[in-house]
Design a protein around this ligand. Sequence first.
Ligand code: MN
Length: 241
Amino acid sequence: MKKPIVGITTNTLTMAEGVNPNIERSYVNYDYVEALTLAGAVPILLPVIADQKTIEAQCALLDGLVLTGGPDVNPLLYGEEPSDKLECIYPERDEFELYLIKKAVKKLIPILGICRGMQLINVAFGGSLYQDVSHYSKTELQHRQQAKQHVPSHTIDIIPTSKLYQLLDSKQVITNSLHHQAVKKIAPGFIASASARDGLIEGIEKKGKDFIVGVQWHPEKMIKSQTGMQRFFNHFVDVLK
Ligand code: MN
C-alpha cells in the first residue's frame, strides 16, 4: 500500500552567525519528521510562499496536513490590537497557512494542528485567542513549563466522544505545555475536545465528519518518553489510509 504523504508547515530562520550568516532558511523541528516517519507516512516540508497557485499545487500533493508550532498568530486576524504580552509574529506565514487550510478543507484533506497550528485553525474558522495565558483570569497553572520540553507537565481531560479520544485511547493524559497563548472564543462549528484542570482549552476539533483536529501540547516532543504519543501519530496516519 502506498504510504500517505503528509505536508508539514515550516518556519523561516535567519542565523546571524555560522557558515552562511544572514541567509533565510526554511526549517522544521526534526521531531515532527521522526514521528510521522515512524507512523508510516512520507513527510514533506512545505515552505512559506506567497503565490496562491503554488500553494494550491503544494496542497495537491498531500494526503494529510500537519500545522506545526511557531510564532504567535497576528491578533489583527481575530479583530484585536496587539497586547504588550504579544511575542514575535510572522504575518506571511499566517497568510500562507490560512490559504493552505482553506484549500485543504475544500479537498477534505485531514488536518492536525499542533500548538500554534491549533490556534491558527481556531482563528481560520472565526475563533479568537488569549494573546497571553495571563489574560485568562482563572489560571495559576504553569502552561509554559520550565522543565525540559519532553517532560509531562499538566493533566488534560479528554471528551470520550471526540476524535482526539480516538487518537489517544484515553480520557486523561499528562502532557507537556509549551504555550503562552491559548484559545479564547472557540470557532463556530468546533468543540473543545480537551481541557486542562484550570479550564483552559487544550484540544479543539471540527464537529461532523471532516477531520480537523488541534492539540495545544507538543506530542512530537514526547514520542520517546511516552508510547501513547507515538500511537497518537500512528492513529492520525491511519486516518489518511
Ligand atoms: Mn497547557
